[in-house]
Ligand binder design. Sequence first.
Ligand code: DC
Length: 205
Amino acid sequence: MRIAIDGPAAAGKTTLARSLAQALGYLFVPTGAMYRAAALACKRGVALGDLDLQVREGGRILLQGEDVTDRLSSPDLDDLSSQVAVDSRVRKRLVEIQRAIAAGGDVVMEGRDIGTVVLPDAELKIYLWATEEERARRRHREQGGDFAQILAGIRRRDERDSTRPDSPLRPAPDAVVLDTTGMGPEEVLAQALKLVEERRAHLAR
Ligand code: DC
């Protein structure tokens, strides 16, 4: 089964995708981290044609053979990755890699365009949503810092990610929208597991 999880910034996609993949024994593919690694490559002056990105067990990201996973959540890469992601040449390259990974077996892939562009025929599509304020509160709890700045950053990224011409953020018509406002991660995982069960039962019919 290919499971696509899309949604706006800080909606909890990575947390859900990781725990769902673990629960099901599937490969976890964080495409947000791939765009962050592409942004890091850009900062380091790596030419797009030379970009070597690999996703390993547990969603670890190798850039030019180096494990850069622990560097990817820095706030400067929040904005830079969203800017790099507007470039169609970057998207084309990353989508190729993402499709090749999904062709290899069961995956839980999270991002912005998984259900719409990368895997339009995924067996299950979840669009994870929560209000801007709730998402900013969660980020603030995790990372600390200035709440108003975090909220503004989330708004800026959502605006850019959803208005770009190539693969804008939006729910696929056949995605299940999960409003997670007020929910904790365990409850979100339980709801997603229920959707997986329903989908499996439907596919077995
Ligand atoms: O999910 P994230 O915050 O780690 O993603 C970082 C940026 O990468 C996000 O602002 C937009 C971009 N992105 C994208 O355009 N398409 C994806 N499938 C995943 C992320």
